[in-house]
Design a protein. Structure first.
Length: 452
RNA sequence: GGUGGGAUGGCCGAGCGGUUAGGUCGCGGACUGCAAAUCCGCUUACAGCGGUUCAACUCCGCUUCCCACCUCCA
């Protein structure tokens, strides 16, 4: 299995550092609001990643953090006049509900930042002791990027020849260097009741430190894989590396993977443009979790994905087609042609998660299965879906589902009409059944009726 | 200004120096009383201009346009 490593900018074989287990840290949500589908592009990408690792016979220990203290959560909680913990709990719960809707496999650990303040303080103390972090007059602690030689190696930025961006021109902090970032932020008025005691006084952790502290706590000082959206590459992940490697003197993460952004109708998703959707927005419009999942995963994770409602419509039809084919599939030893498609599927998945290519193999299986009128390919579908997570295997149950008496009666009448070749009557009854929400299809074996 | 990624058929979206991506839509055929489903075929896609090559959508250069990051956005 090969994946693209942002650190080396090359495709590399992914193999575990220890045993057969890949240790994976995925940057999770800041729980100040409902997550939007752009966020979920990252989470579905990470889900595909862990499923692909498992597909290849390895196990995964995944840690996904919940950022439950930062500017936005504090602002939200204080504005709502509720405790930070209560405020974030709402969005934590919502997040887990959303993950289920998208059929995202749960991570092994979901550490919350506020539950790991001591670990963060310990890490910061280590950095202060080493003289790589310093306390400013206001009680904040900063990381001195100049003192960490490898700074910029992930983002491939040469800071000696870098002009200062417009956004960091404002000199509102008491920092030695504009590039220095906060490890600990001193308490200020707007924080209200939020704050923890520390060796540097009351305050709260900087954003980056939680990921370094929590990932190392659960996965070790050096672990296999760390992922997130491309926007996290710099500064967030760069800073995580700096904090961790400066503290331990060891390599922090071997492989970094980043997914590209989602656009909506060709434009960047933003509230002001009115093209900002949460998962809940789409569910309310009648789209299902797996239709949304299909759209989110059916583009290579490193390519920008253009989200459009027409893509959801395509997804719905594509999934129906897959479902119909799966309903024809049976248990047993798979025929050679099906095994070939699984090989193609695996090759695509193992080529840096080429999911569009994997879907092409799936559809080749669909076509052949239909052409053969079925086959012992259920296991092949199952193995493909182990990675994709979009197939509905309940088709046979849906078929045998009890029909209302009213519909049964109409079907009997229609069968009689058809026996007498009374086509007008047959069509009339078909329409009547359709009006009740059921679809009738005719074949050599007679009528089949399913709920629409 | 720096760094990185893009422009593919109506739409979505892979890919590679020469061999069908795939989905969806549309058209034709088979099957069917009709329909639906299914299968087969078709609509001769690779931003523009040069270059390298026996051969370029794929490599190189230039042009146009787009996107992301450049200090707390997945």
């Amino acid at each position: 299995m090969k994946v693209y490593n942002s650190l080396t900018r090359r495709n590399e074989e992914l193999s575990p550092l220890v045993g057969n287990e890949i240790r994976l840290y995925t940057c999770g949500p800041t729980v100040y609001n409902f997550a939007h589908i752009g966020n979920f592009r990252a989470y579905t990408f990470e889900d595909i990643l862990r499923r692909a690792i498992e597909f290849n016979g390895m196990t995964v220990k995944q840690v996904m953090n919940l950022t439950d203290v930062d500017d936005k959560t504090i602002r939200g909680a204080n504005a709502a006049k509720v405790a930070l913990r209560d405020y974030t709990q709402t969005y934590k719960d919502a997040f887990f509900e959303d993950l289920k809707k998208l059929n995202i496999e749960p991570a092994e650990v979901y550490p919350a930042a506020t539950d790991h303040i001591p670990e963060m303080i310990a890490l910061i103390e280590k950095l202060v002791e080493q003289g790589i972090a310093y306390k400013s007059d206001d009680g904040s602690v900063y990381f001195s990027v100049r003192k960490f030689p490898g700074y910029g190696k992930l983002a491939h930025i040469d800071f000696d020849h870098q002009q200062t961006g417009a956004r960091c021109a404002a000199d509102e902090y008491d920092k030695e260097n504009v590039g220095d970032f906060a490890l600990w932020k001193a308490w200020e008025e707007s924080d209200g009741p939020v704050g923890w005691d520390s060796p540097w006084g009351r305050g709260r952790p900087g954003w980056h430190i939680e990921c370094s502290a929590m990932s190392m706590k659960y996965l070790g000082q050096t672990f296999d894989l760390h992922t997130g959206g491309i926007d996290n590459l710099f500064p967030h992940h760069e800073n995580e590396i700096a904090q961790a490697e400066a503290a331990t003197g060891r390599e922090f993460v071997r492989t970094w993977m980043h997914c590209a952004h989602l656009r909506v109708n060709g434009e960047k998703m933003s509230k002001s443009a009115g093209n900002f959707f949460t998962l809940r927005d789409l569910l309310e419009k009648g789209w299902t979790g797996r239709e949304i999942r299909y759209v989110l995963i059916n583009a290579h994770y490193r390519s920008g994905l253009n989200f459009a409602f027409s893509a959801l419509e395509d997804a719905r039809k594509s999934l129906e087609r897959i479902d119909r084919s799966v309903a024809l599939a049976t248990e047993g030893e798979a025929p050679g042609w099906a095994k070939k498609h699984l090989e193609d599927f695996a090759a695509a998945v193992n080529d840096d998660l080429n999911i569009p290519g994997a879907f092409a193999a799936l559809f080749a299986l669909v076509r052949d299965t239909n052409a053969h009128g079925g086959g012992a390919v259920l296991d092949i579908f199952r193995r493909m879906d182990k990675v994709l997570g979009v197939i509905f295997f309940g088709q046979s149950e849906k078929k045998s589902e009890d029909l209302p008496d009213e519909v049964k009666k109409l079907l009997d009448e229609r069968a009689k009409a058809r026996a007498g070749k009374n086509w007008a009557e047959s069509d009339r009854i078909r329409n009547e059944i359709a009006a009740l929400g059921y679809a009738v299809k005719d074949s050599k074996d007679g009528q089949t009726c399913t709920r629409k």
